[in-house]
Design a protein. Structure first.
Length: 497
Protein backbone atom coordinates (compact mmCIF):
# COMPACT_ATOMS: atom_id res chain seq x y z
CA UNK A 1 0.00 0.00 0.00
CA UNK A 2 1.36 3.41 -0.95
CA UNK A 3 2.24 5.70 1.93
CA UNK A 4 -0.02 8.74 2.20
CA UNK A 5 1.93 11.86 3.09
CA UNK A 6 -0.21 14.51 4.82
CA UNK A 7 -0.18 18.02 3.38
CA UNK A 8 -0.22 21.30 5.33
CA UNK A 9 -3.64 22.72 6.28
CA UNK A 10 -5.03 24.95 3.54
CA UNK A 11 -7.88 27.08 2.27
CA UNK A 12 -8.90 26.06 -1.26
CA UNK A 13 -10.98 28.77 -2.94
CA UNK A 14 -12.67 27.51 -6.11
CA UNK A 15 -13.89 30.19 -8.52
CA UNK A 16 -16.57 28.70 -10.75
CA UNK A 17 -17.77 26.62 -7.80
CA UNK A 18 -21.16 25.77 -9.32
CA UNK A 19 -19.71 24.61 -12.65
CA UNK A 20 -19.39 21.14 -14.12
CA UNK A 21 -15.65 20.76 -13.46
CA UNK A 22 -16.05 21.57 -9.76
CA UNK A 23 -18.98 19.22 -9.25
CA UNK A 24 -17.69 16.36 -11.40
CA UNK A 25 -13.97 16.44 -10.57
CA UNK A 26 -12.74 18.89 -7.93
CA UNK A 27 -15.15 18.16 -5.06
CA UNK A 28 -14.99 14.34 -5.52
CA UNK A 29 -11.17 14.55 -5.69
CA UNK A 30 -10.92 16.63 -2.51
CA UNK A 31 -13.30 14.19 -0.81
CA UNK A 32 -11.05 11.28 -1.86
CA UNK A 33 -7.99 12.89 -0.28
CA UNK A 34 -9.96 13.77 2.88
CA UNK A 35 -11.29 10.20 3.10
CA UNK A 36 -7.71 8.89 2.89
CA UNK A 37 -6.70 11.36 5.63
CA UNK A 38 -4.26 13.33 3.56
CA UNK A 39 -5.69 16.49 5.07
CA UNK A 40 -7.88 17.07 8.10
CA UNK A 41 -10.60 19.23 9.55
CA UNK A 42 -8.30 22.27 9.88
CA UNK A 43 -8.54 22.83 6.10
CA UNK A 44 -11.40 24.59 4.29
CA UNK A 45 -12.94 24.44 0.82
CA UNK A 46 -14.50 27.76 -0.18
CA UNK A 47 -16.80 27.92 -3.18
CA UNK A 48 -17.05 31.22 -5.04
CA UNK A 49 -19.45 31.86 -7.92
CA UNK A 50 -22.13 34.29 -9.13
CA UNK A 51 -25.06 32.19 -7.87
CA UNK A 52 -26.78 33.64 -4.80
CA UNK A 53 -26.55 30.55 -2.61
CA UNK A 54 -26.11 30.08 1.11
CA UNK A 55 -23.39 27.78 2.45
CA UNK A 56 -26.11 25.29 3.43
CA UNK A 57 -27.57 25.25 -0.10
CA UNK A 58 -24.13 24.83 -1.63
CA UNK A 59 -23.34 21.93 0.71
CA UNK A 60 -26.49 20.20 -0.53
CA UNK A 61 -25.28 20.58 -4.11
CA UNK A 62 -21.84 19.30 -3.11
CA UNK A 63 -23.33 16.20 -1.46
CA UNK A 64 -25.43 15.49 -4.56
CA UNK A 65 -22.27 15.79 -6.70
CA UNK A 66 -20.38 13.30 -4.50
CA UNK A 67 -23.22 10.80 -4.73
CA UNK A 68 -23.49 11.24 -8.50
CA UNK A 69 -19.78 10.95 -9.34
CA UNK A 70 -18.27 8.54 -6.80
CA UNK A 71 -18.74 4.76 -6.38
CA UNK A 72 -21.19 3.85 -3.61
CA UNK A 73 -18.42 1.93 -1.79
CA UNK A 74 -16.50 5.20 -1.23
CA UNK A 75 -19.46 7.10 0.21
CA UNK A 76 -19.14 6.80 3.98
CA UNK A 77 -21.85 8.82 5.80
CA UNK A 78 -19.58 9.98 8.62
CA UNK A 79 -16.82 11.01 6.23
CA UNK A 80 -19.29 12.83 3.97
CA UNK A 81 -20.65 14.75 6.96
CA UNK A 82 -17.17 15.76 8.13
CA UNK A 83 -16.15 16.74 4.58
CA UNK A 84 -19.24 18.89 3.99
CA UNK A 85 -18.51 20.70 7.27
CA UNK A 86 -15.27 21.99 5.68
CA UNK A 87 -17.18 23.71 2.87
CA UNK A 88 -18.08 27.40 2.84
CA UNK A 89 -19.68 29.38 0.02
CA UNK A 90 -19.59 33.06 -0.89
CA UNK A 91 -21.33 34.69 -3.89
CA UNK A 92 -18.54 36.50 -5.76
CA UNK A 93 -18.50 38.29 -9.12
CA UNK A 94 -15.35 37.19 -10.92
CA UNK A 95 -15.17 40.38 -13.01
CA UNK A 96 -16.89 42.88 -10.70
CA UNK A 97 -16.60 43.97 -7.07
CA UNK A 98 -19.53 41.95 -5.71
CA UNK A 99 -18.72 39.69 -2.76
CA UNK A 100 -14.97 40.25 -2.51
CA UNK A 101 -15.13 41.89 0.92
CA UNK A 102 -16.96 38.87 2.35
CA UNK A 103 -14.39 36.55 0.77
CA UNK A 104 -11.40 38.41 2.17
CA UNK A 105 -13.02 38.50 5.63
CA UNK A 106 -13.39 34.72 5.51
CA UNK A 107 -9.76 34.23 4.42
CA UNK A 108 -8.45 36.53 7.15
CA UNK A 109 -9.98 34.26 9.80
CA UNK A 110 -7.02 31.94 9.11
CA UNK A 111 -4.33 34.15 7.64
CA UNK A 112 -1.48 31.63 8.15
CA UNK A 113 -2.98 28.91 5.92
CA UNK A 114 -1.69 27.82 2.52
CA UNK A 115 -4.11 29.45 0.06
CA UNK A 116 -5.03 27.68 -3.16
CA UNK A 117 -7.05 29.74 -5.64
CA UNK A 118 -8.45 27.38 -8.28
CA UNK A 119 -9.76 29.24 -11.34
CA UNK A 120 -12.38 26.88 -12.83
CA UNK A 121 -13.72 29.77 -14.91
CA UNK A 122 -13.48 30.95 -18.49
CA UNK A 123 -9.80 31.73 -19.33
CA UNK A 124 -10.71 35.34 -20.25
CA UNK A 125 -11.43 35.90 -16.54
CA UNK A 126 -8.03 34.68 -15.28
CA UNK A 127 -6.37 38.08 -15.43
CA UNK A 128 -9.33 39.88 -13.82
CA UNK A 129 -9.63 37.35 -10.96
CA UNK A 130 -5.89 37.48 -10.23
CA UNK A 131 -5.95 41.29 -10.24
CA UNK A 132 -8.83 41.24 -7.75
CA UNK A 133 -7.00 38.75 -5.53
CA UNK A 134 -3.93 40.98 -5.51
CA UNK A 135 -6.09 44.02 -4.85
CA UNK A 136 -7.56 42.52 -1.66
CA UNK A 137 -4.13 41.37 -0.48
CA UNK A 138 -4.90 37.66 -0.85
CA UNK A 139 -1.70 36.81 -2.75
CA UNK A 140 1.19 36.13 -0.38
CA UNK A 141 4.17 33.79 -0.18
CA UNK A 142 1.89 30.87 0.79
CA UNK A 143 -0.59 31.38 -2.06
CA UNK A 144 -0.91 29.28 -5.20
CA UNK A 145 -3.07 30.05 -8.26
CA UNK A 146 -4.29 27.16 -10.43
CA UNK A 147 -5.21 27.85 -14.08
CA UNK A 148 -7.31 25.31 -15.98
CA UNK A 149 -6.78 24.53 -19.63
CA UNK A 150 -7.29 25.65 -22.32
CA UNK A 151 -5.02 28.63 -21.70
CA UNK A 152 -6.25 30.86 -24.50
CA UNK A 153 -7.41 29.92 -28.00
CA UNK A 154 -4.18 30.73 -29.86
CA UNK A 155 -0.61 31.92 -29.23
CA UNK A 156 -1.51 35.61 -28.87
CA UNK A 157 -4.32 35.00 -26.37
CA UNK A 158 -2.17 32.57 -24.35
CA UNK A 159 0.57 35.19 -24.10
CA UNK A 160 -1.97 37.83 -23.07
CA UNK A 161 -3.35 35.62 -20.29
CA UNK A 162 0.13 34.71 -19.06
CA UNK A 163 1.08 38.37 -19.05
CA UNK A 164 -2.03 39.45 -17.13
CA UNK A 165 -1.59 36.71 -14.52
CA UNK A 166 2.19 37.19 -14.31
CA UNK A 167 1.84 40.87 -13.37
CA UNK A 168 0.41 39.91 -9.95
CA UNK A 169 1.27 36.22 -9.40
CA UNK A 170 4.91 35.01 -9.44
CA UNK A 171 5.63 32.19 -11.90
CA UNK A 172 6.67 29.88 -9.04
CA UNK A 173 3.17 30.24 -7.56
CA UNK A 174 1.30 29.72 -10.85
CA UNK A 175 0.12 26.16 -11.54
CA UNK A 176 -1.17 25.52 -15.09
CA UNK A 177 -2.95 22.21 -14.75
CA UNK A 178 -3.26 19.41 -17.30
CA UNK A 179 -4.94 16.48 -15.59
CA UNK A 180 -3.32 13.97 -17.98
CA UNK A 181 -0.01 14.62 -16.23
CA UNK A 182 -1.54 13.37 -12.97
CA UNK A 183 -2.45 9.95 -14.35
CA UNK A 184 -0.52 7.07 -12.82
CA UNK A 185 0.57 5.66 -16.18
CA UNK A 186 1.78 9.02 -17.46
CA UNK A 187 4.02 9.42 -14.42
CA UNK A 188 5.19 5.86 -14.92
CA UNK A 189 6.64 6.92 -18.27
CA UNK A 190 9.48 8.52 -16.33
CA UNK A 191 10.01 5.34 -14.29
CA UNK A 192 9.73 3.10 -17.36
CA UNK A 193 12.34 5.05 -19.27
CA UNK A 194 14.83 6.23 -16.69
CA UNK A 195 14.66 3.46 -14.06
CA UNK A 196 14.96 0.63 -16.61
CA UNK A 197 18.13 0.63 -18.75
CA UNK A 198 16.60 -2.17 -20.85
CA UNK A 199 14.19 0.38 -22.32
CA UNK A 200 16.21 3.58 -22.21
CA UNK A 201 19.02 2.04 -24.29
CA UNK A 202 16.47 1.06 -26.94
CA UNK A 203 14.65 4.41 -26.83
CA UNK A 204 15.95 5.90 -30.08
CA UNK A 205 15.64 5.98 -33.86
CA UNK A 206 17.95 2.96 -34.30
CA UNK A 207 15.40 0.66 -32.66
CA UNK A 208 12.01 2.40 -32.72
CA UNK A 209 10.09 2.52 -36.01
CA UNK A 210 7.33 4.93 -34.97
CA UNK A 211 5.11 6.04 -32.08
CA UNK A 212 1.32 6.33 -31.98
CA UNK A 213 -0.67 8.33 -29.42
CA UNK A 214 -4.44 7.82 -29.40
CA UNK A 215 -6.96 9.58 -27.17
CA UNK A 216 -10.41 8.30 -28.16
CA UNK A 217 -13.75 9.21 -26.62
CA UNK A 218 -17.14 7.56 -27.15
CA UNK A 219 -19.05 10.65 -25.99
CA UNK A 220 -20.07 13.54 -28.21
CA UNK A 221 -19.92 17.20 -27.26
CA UNK A 222 -22.84 16.71 -24.83
CA UNK A 223 -23.60 19.99 -23.00
CA UNK A 224 -20.22 21.52 -23.98
CA UNK A 225 -21.40 22.42 -27.48
CA UNK A 226 -21.06 26.18 -26.98
CA UNK A 227 -17.43 25.87 -25.83
CA UNK A 228 -16.49 23.05 -28.17
CA UNK A 229 -17.73 24.75 -31.33
CA UNK A 230 -15.31 27.63 -30.65
CA UNK A 231 -12.42 25.29 -29.81
CA UNK A 232 -12.41 21.99 -31.69
CA UNK A 233 -10.22 18.93 -31.17
CA UNK A 234 -6.97 20.66 -32.15
CA UNK A 235 -7.26 23.25 -29.37
CA UNK A 236 -9.09 21.04 -26.88
CA UNK A 237 -6.79 18.00 -26.97
CA UNK A 238 -3.74 18.26 -29.25
CA UNK A 239 -2.25 21.54 -27.99
CA UNK A 240 -2.17 20.37 -24.37
CA UNK A 241 -2.81 16.70 -23.49
CA UNK A 242 -1.28 15.08 -26.55
CA UNK A 243 1.77 17.30 -26.87
CA UNK A 244 2.46 16.76 -23.18
CA UNK A 245 2.42 12.99 -23.71
CA UNK A 246 4.74 13.40 -26.71
CA UNK A 247 7.14 15.44 -24.56
CA UNK A 248 7.35 12.77 -21.86
CA UNK A 249 7.99 10.09 -24.49
CA UNK A 250 10.63 12.05 -26.39
CA UNK A 251 12.45 14.05 -23.70
CA UNK A 252 16.04 13.43 -22.69
CA UNK A 253 16.83 12.41 -19.13
CA UNK A 254 16.64 15.41 -16.79
CA UNK A 255 19.51 15.94 -14.38
CA UNK A 256 17.10 15.39 -11.47
CA UNK A 257 13.39 15.25 -10.68
CA UNK A 258 13.49 18.92 -9.76
CA UNK A 259 10.47 20.64 -11.33
CA UNK A 260 12.45 22.94 -13.61
CA UNK A 261 14.85 20.19 -14.69
CA UNK A 262 11.92 18.07 -15.93
CA UNK A 263 10.15 21.00 -17.56
CA UNK A 264 13.36 22.19 -19.25
CA UNK A 265 13.62 18.85 -21.05
CA UNK A 266 9.96 18.93 -22.12
CA UNK A 267 10.47 22.43 -23.48
CA UNK A 268 13.40 21.20 -25.61
CA UNK A 269 11.10 18.64 -27.24
CA UNK A 270 8.49 21.27 -28.08
CA UNK A 271 11.19 23.45 -29.63
CA UNK A 272 12.53 20.47 -31.59
CA UNK A 273 9.17 19.71 -33.19
CA UNK A 274 9.53 20.25 -36.92
CA UNK A 275 7.52 23.39 -37.80
CA UNK A 276 4.68 22.88 -40.24
CA UNK A 277 3.82 25.62 -42.70
CA UNK A 278 0.12 26.06 -43.52
CA UNK A 279 0.78 24.30 -46.85
CA UNK A 280 2.57 21.36 -45.20
CA UNK A 281 -0.23 21.08 -42.67
CA UNK A 282 -2.63 20.23 -45.49
CA UNK A 283 -0.65 17.05 -46.16
CA UNK A 284 -0.08 15.76 -42.61
CA UNK A 285 -3.18 16.89 -40.71
CA UNK A 286 -6.62 15.30 -41.12
CA UNK A 287 -9.68 16.99 -39.61
CA UNK A 288 -12.99 15.19 -39.23
CA UNK A 289 -16.50 15.76 -37.88
CA UNK A 290 -18.79 12.98 -36.72
CA UNK A 291 -22.18 12.33 -38.26
CA UNK A 292 -24.99 10.12 -37.04
CA UNK A 293 -24.15 6.50 -36.28
CA UNK A 294 -24.05 3.98 -33.46
CA UNK A 295 -21.69 3.86 -30.48
CA UNK A 296 -21.61 0.77 -28.25
CA UNK A 297 -24.77 -0.47 -29.94
CA UNK A 298 -26.76 2.73 -29.36
CA UNK A 299 -27.81 5.11 -32.16
CA UNK A 300 -26.45 8.64 -31.66
CA UNK A 301 -26.97 11.92 -33.56
CA UNK A 302 -24.29 13.74 -35.50
CA UNK A 303 -22.33 16.79 -34.32
CA UNK A 304 -24.60 19.33 -36.03
CA UNK A 305 -27.67 17.73 -34.43
CA UNK A 306 -25.88 17.82 -31.05
CA UNK A 307 -25.28 21.56 -31.43
CA UNK A 308 -28.90 22.27 -32.32
CA UNK A 309 -30.15 20.36 -29.26
CA UNK A 310 -28.78 22.77 -26.65
CA UNK A 311 -29.78 26.39 -26.00
CA UNK A 312 -27.12 28.92 -26.90
CA UNK A 313 -25.43 26.74 -29.54
CA UNK A 314 -27.74 27.39 -32.49
CA UNK A 315 -25.93 28.52 -35.62
CA UNK A 316 -28.83 30.19 -37.42
CA UNK A 317 -27.45 32.35 -40.21
CA UNK A 318 -23.90 31.02 -39.70
CA UNK A 319 -24.09 28.05 -42.03
CA UNK A 320 -22.87 24.54 -41.09
CA UNK A 321 -20.18 24.31 -38.44
CA UNK A 322 -16.65 23.65 -39.68
CA UNK A 323 -15.37 22.69 -36.22
CA UNK A 324 -13.40 19.44 -36.15
CA UNK A 325 -14.30 16.71 -33.65
CA UNK A 326 -11.42 14.50 -34.85
CA UNK A 327 -7.78 15.22 -35.65
CA UNK A 328 -5.03 12.91 -36.88
CA UNK A 329 -1.58 14.25 -37.63
CA UNK A 330 2.03 13.28 -38.17
CA UNK A 331 4.75 15.07 -36.18
CA UNK A 332 8.55 14.85 -36.35
CA UNK A 333 11.04 15.61 -33.56
CA UNK A 334 14.26 16.90 -35.13
CA UNK A 335 16.88 15.59 -32.71
CA UNK A 336 19.65 13.00 -32.77
CA UNK A 337 17.53 10.57 -30.75
CA UNK A 338 14.38 10.82 -32.89
CA UNK A 339 15.50 11.78 -36.42
CA UNK A 340 13.31 9.91 -38.91
CA UNK A 341 10.85 8.53 -36.32
CA UNK A 342 7.30 9.77 -36.99
CA UNK A 343 4.89 10.42 -34.13
CA UNK A 344 1.28 9.81 -35.20
CA UNK A 345 -1.36 11.50 -33.05
CA UNK A 346 -5.11 11.04 -33.26
CA UNK A 347 -7.99 12.09 -31.07
CA UNK A 348 -11.71 12.30 -31.56
CA UNK A 349 -15.21 12.10 -30.20
CA UNK A 350 -17.80 9.41 -30.94
CA UNK A 351 -15.14 6.78 -31.65
CA UNK A 352 -15.80 3.06 -30.98
CA UNK A 353 -14.06 2.84 -27.59
CA UNK A 354 -12.95 5.15 -24.83
CA UNK A 355 -9.22 4.61 -24.71
CA UNK A 356 -6.05 6.62 -24.20
CA UNK A 357 -3.06 4.64 -25.37
CA UNK A 358 0.54 5.02 -26.50
CA UNK A 359 2.04 2.47 -28.89
CA UNK A 360 5.82 2.35 -29.32
CA UNK A 361 6.51 0.08 -32.29
CA UNK A 362 10.03 -1.31 -32.67
CA UNK A 363 11.74 -1.98 -35.99
CA UNK A 364 11.53 -5.40 -37.58
CA UNK A 365 14.82 -7.33 -37.67
CA UNK A 366 16.67 -6.93 -40.99
CA UNK A 367 16.95 -10.71 -41.38
CA UNK A 368 14.96 -13.64 -39.99
CA UNK A 369 16.45 -17.10 -39.51
CA UNK A 370 12.95 -18.65 -39.22
CA UNK A 371 11.26 -20.06 -42.33
CA UNK A 372 8.13 -18.20 -43.55
CA UNK A 373 5.78 -21.02 -42.43
CA UNK A 374 7.12 -20.79 -38.86
CA UNK A 375 6.16 -17.24 -38.08
CA UNK A 376 3.54 -14.56 -38.21
CA UNK A 377 5.85 -11.61 -38.74
CA UNK A 378 4.79 -9.09 -36.15
CA UNK A 379 6.94 -6.27 -34.79
CA UNK A 380 7.54 -5.93 -31.07
CA UNK A 381 5.32 -3.27 -29.55
CA UNK A 382 5.15 -1.58 -26.17
CA UNK A 383 1.57 -0.53 -25.37
CA UNK A 384 1.06 1.98 -22.56
CA UNK A 385 -2.59 2.24 -21.53
CA UNK A 386 -3.64 5.45 -19.77
CA UNK A 387 -7.33 4.60 -19.59
CA UNK A 388 -9.25 2.47 -18.98
CA UNK A 389 -7.40 -0.20 -16.94
CA UNK A 390 -4.10 1.62 -16.59
CA UNK A 391 -1.13 -0.58 -17.38
CA UNK A 392 1.54 -1.63 -19.87
CA UNK A 393 1.85 -4.50 -22.33
CA UNK A 394 4.93 -5.65 -24.23
CA UNK A 395 4.17 -7.72 -27.35
CA UNK A 396 6.94 -10.21 -28.15
CA UNK A 397 7.30 -13.27 -30.38
CA UNK A 398 7.34 -16.69 -28.66
CA UNK A 399 7.25 -20.33 -29.72
CA UNK A 400 3.80 -21.86 -29.81
CA UNK A 401 3.74 -24.86 -27.42
CA UNK A 402 3.40 -28.40 -28.75
CA UNK A 403 5.04 -30.84 -31.16
CA UNK A 404 4.97 -30.64 -34.91
CA UNK A 405 7.65 -28.12 -35.66
CA UNK A 406 8.56 -24.62 -34.61
CA UNK A 407 5.77 -22.08 -34.91
CA UNK A 408 5.98 -18.51 -33.66
CA UNK A 409 3.17 -16.28 -32.49
CA UNK A 410 2.83 -12.88 -30.75
CA UNK A 411 2.45 -13.06 -26.96
CA UNK A 412 1.90 -10.29 -24.44
CA UNK A 413 3.76 -9.57 -21.22
CA UNK A 414 1.04 -7.70 -19.35
CA UNK A 415 1.15 -5.37 -16.35
CA UNK A 416 -2.20 -4.20 -15.00
CA UNK A 417 -1.63 -1.68 -12.22
CA UNK A 418 -4.88 -2.60 -10.49
CA UNK A 419 -4.10 -6.33 -10.51
CA UNK A 420 -0.42 -5.88 -9.67
CA UNK A 421 -0.79 -3.43 -6.82
CA UNK A 422 -4.33 -4.34 -5.74
CA UNK A 423 -5.44 -0.93 -4.55
CA UNK A 424 -7.49 2.09 -5.50
CA UNK A 425 -5.52 4.64 -7.51
CA UNK A 426 -6.33 8.27 -6.82
CA UNK A 427 -7.86 10.27 -9.64
CA UNK A 428 -5.40 12.52 -11.45
CA UNK A 429 -6.99 15.63 -9.92
CA UNK A 430 -6.48 14.18 -6.43
CA UNK A 431 -2.74 13.94 -6.92
CA UNK A 432 -2.41 17.29 -8.65
CA UNK A 433 -4.45 19.17 -6.03
CA UNK A 434 -2.21 17.84 -3.27
CA UNK A 435 0.89 18.80 -5.29
CA UNK A 436 -0.49 22.35 -5.48
CA UNK A 437 -0.89 22.47 -1.69
CA UNK A 438 2.70 21.23 -1.27
CA UNK A 439 3.91 23.81 -3.79
CA UNK A 440 5.38 21.13 -6.10
CA UNK A 441 5.08 22.30 -9.75
CA UNK A 442 6.74 19.28 -11.45
CA UNK A 443 3.53 18.01 -13.08
CA UNK A 444 2.33 21.47 -14.13
CA UNK A 445 3.15 23.48 -17.23
CA UNK A 446 5.48 26.44 -17.14
CA UNK A 447 4.69 29.62 -19.07
CA UNK A 448 7.32 29.10 -21.78
CA UNK A 449 6.16 25.49 -22.21
CA UNK A 450 2.54 26.53 -22.85
CA UNK A 451 3.60 29.19 -25.33
CA UNK A 452 5.95 26.80 -27.16
CA UNK A 453 3.08 24.32 -27.60
CA UNK A 454 0.83 27.07 -28.99
CA UNK A 455 3.65 28.24 -31.29
CA UNK A 456 3.79 24.79 -32.92
CA UNK A 457 0.00 24.51 -33.24
CA UNK A 458 -0.47 28.10 -34.50
CA UNK A 459 0.38 27.38 -38.19
CA UNK A 460 -2.13 24.52 -38.15
CA UNK A 461 -4.81 26.94 -36.94
CA UNK A 462 -3.75 29.47 -39.57
CA UNK A 463 -3.95 26.83 -42.31
CA UNK A 464 -7.47 26.08 -41.16
CA UNK A 465 -8.40 29.79 -41.17
CA UNK A 466 -6.73 30.61 -44.52
CA UNK A 467 -8.37 27.74 -46.37
CA UNK A 468 -11.55 26.95 -44.43
CA UNK A 469 -12.71 23.51 -45.47
CA UNK A 470 -15.52 21.38 -44.15
CA UNK A 471 -14.00 18.64 -41.99
CA UNK A 472 -14.13 15.17 -43.49
CA UNK A 473 -17.23 13.31 -42.31
CA UNK A 474 -17.09 10.08 -40.33
CA UNK A 475 -19.85 7.97 -38.87
CA UNK A 476 -20.18 7.93 -35.09
CA UNK A 477 -18.81 4.60 -33.88
CA UNK A 478 -16.04 4.46 -36.51
CA UNK A 479 -12.32 5.27 -36.11
CA UNK A 480 -12.59 8.57 -37.93
CA UNK A 481 -12.45 9.55 -41.62
CA UNK A 482 -10.74 7.27 -44.10
CA UNK A 483 -8.17 9.99 -44.76
CA UNK A 484 -6.77 9.33 -41.26
CA UNK A 485 -6.11 5.72 -42.27
CA UNK A 486 -4.47 6.90 -45.51
CA UNK A 487 -2.26 9.32 -43.51
CA UNK A 488 -0.42 6.47 -41.78
CA UNK A 489 -0.74 3.83 -44.51
CA UNK A 490 1.05 6.09 -46.99
CA UNK A 491 4.11 5.42 -44.84
CA UNK A 492 3.55 1.63 -44.89
CA UNK A 493 2.20 1.58 -41.33
CA UNK A 494 -1.21 1.09 -39.73
CA UNK A 495 -3.09 2.30 -36.67
CA UNK A 496 -3.11 -0.04 -33.73
CA UNK A 497 -6.70 -0.93 -32.78
Amino acid sequence: MARILPVPSFDCVVFGATGDLTMRKLLPSLYGRFRDRQFGTDSRIIGAARSLLSTSEYRQRAEAALRAHLPAAELEPEVIGAFLALIEYRPVGADDSRGWEALVALLEERSGQVRVFYLATSPDLYGAVCARLAGIGAINARSRVVLEKPLGHDLASARAINEAVGVVVPEAQTFRIDHYLGKETVQNLLALRFANPIFERLWNADVIDHVQITVAETVGVETRGGYYDRAGALRDMVQNHMLQLLCLLAMESPLSLDADAVRDEKLKVLRALRPLSPREAQAVVVRGQYGAGAVEGQPVPGYLENLAAFPGTEREGWGPSTTETFVALKAQVDSWRWAGVPFYLRTGKRLPRKVSEIVVQFRMPPFSLFPPEAQAREPNRLLIRLQPEEGMRLEVMTKEPGPGGLRLRPTSLDISFEKTFGQRFPDAYERLLMDVVRGNPTLFMRRDEVEAAWAWVQPLLEAQADRPETPRPYAAGSWGPTAAIALIERDGRTWHE
